[in-house]
Design a protein around this ligand. Structure first.
Ligand SMILES: NC(=O)c1ccc[n+]([C@@H]2O[C@H](COP(=O)([O-])OP(=O)(O)OC[C@H]3O[C@@H](n4cnc5c(N)ncnc54)[C@H](OP(=O)(O)O)[C@@H]3O)[C@@H](O)[C@H]2O)c1
Length: 258
């Protein structure tokens, strides 16, 4: 007898979240299609389709014959307005037939004055106002994102950083698992924030990295002016009521050494 599997499309399949989704979906009984502009490696039986949210090329092929979409495509810096809002709206217009649209978003976006976050709010609003059954799941920053963006390059043996800002970062693999669990639960509307197990200042995170990697670097904490900096010091990007993720930043760093 033929078994009919739920057909899932993952967009942004080469990204941090997309890659984590792919490795976990390999163990699931779903028929998985993935899309991005570049083709990820080691995709096994998954069908990859080229698509570009900017030009619209390949989108019809990508969304054809799918039941559930996990939308992990994003472009925070390049052509962000076109991709996060106009391109997203165009994408939504093509998927009114689907059963469930899962949209990962970010904790605190309406309270943090940052252009990309304003665009994420706009995208959430577009999805809520559509007729598409959806789940919006917001997470805090990924451990890897904080490390790569702010702690990747010491400058003359110093991490020069705005040390007072806070993160409650989360492991991307745990968030990916949470999104995959949502596939079975069906559309939930907006679900509770998915946040990491502890809140740390960026200075504390840098000190952990130095300790765990036995680095000779130091931390030079600098103050920054402005509303964005203030909102991150106040921890608007965190939610201490929702410590759902279990892997700490320290464990994430240690896991990278094994
Ligand atoms: N990073 C974080 O800390 C964090 C925290 C919470 C929530 N989120 C959310 O999680 C989602 C994924 O974030 P991420 O950090 O995994 O992003 P990412 O690593 O930057 O990956 C972005 C993905 O989007 C694809 N993409 C970029 N431009 C595209 C275009 N024009 N057309 C089609 N695909 C395009 C990229 O693939 P190609 O370049 O190959 O096309 C890539 O696969 C986003 O919604 C983000 O807001 C992120």
């Amino acid at each position: 007898m033929e078994v009919l599997y739920l057909r899932i499309l993952v967009t942004g399949s080469t990204g941090q979240l997309g890659s984590a989704l792919l490795s976990q979906l390999k163990d699931c009984n779903y028929q998985v299609k993935i899309t991005s502009r570049s083709k990820p490696e080691g995709i096994g039986d998954f069908k990859w389709v080229y698509s570009d949210l900017l030009s619209g090329e390949g989108l019809d092929e990508a969304v054809k014959d799918v039941d559930v979409i996990i939308y992990a495509a994003t472009s925070p810096t390049k052509k962000s307005k076109t991709i996060e809002v106009t391109g997203f709206e165009n994408f939504l217009s093509k998927v009114e037939h689907i059963q469930h649209f899962i949209y990962p978003s970010i904790v605190g976006i309406e309270e943090i004055p940052f252009k990309y976050y304003r665009l994420k709010c706009e995208a959430e609003r577009l999805l809520k106002n559509s007729n598409i059954p959806y789940t919006i799941a917001r997470a805090t920053q990924f451990h890897s994102f904080v490390e790569n963006l702010l702690l990747s390059k010491p400058f003359f043996n110093r991490y020069v950083i705005p040390g007072k800002i806070n993160f409650q970062s989360v492991d991307v693999s745990e968030f990916a698992g949470y999104l995959i669990d949502l596939v079975n639960k069906g559309p939930q509307g907006k679900v509770e924030d998915f946040c990491g197990p502890e809140k740390l200042t960026l200075k504390e995170m840098a000190e952990l990295k130095i300790k765990i990697n036995n680095e000779t670097n130091h931390v030079l904490s600098i103050p920054l002016a402005g509303k964005l900096y203030k909102s991150l010091i106040e921890g608007k990007n965190t939610n201490s009521m929702n410590k759902i993720g279990e892997i700490t930043f320290e464990e994430y760093l240690r896991n990278k050494l094994v």
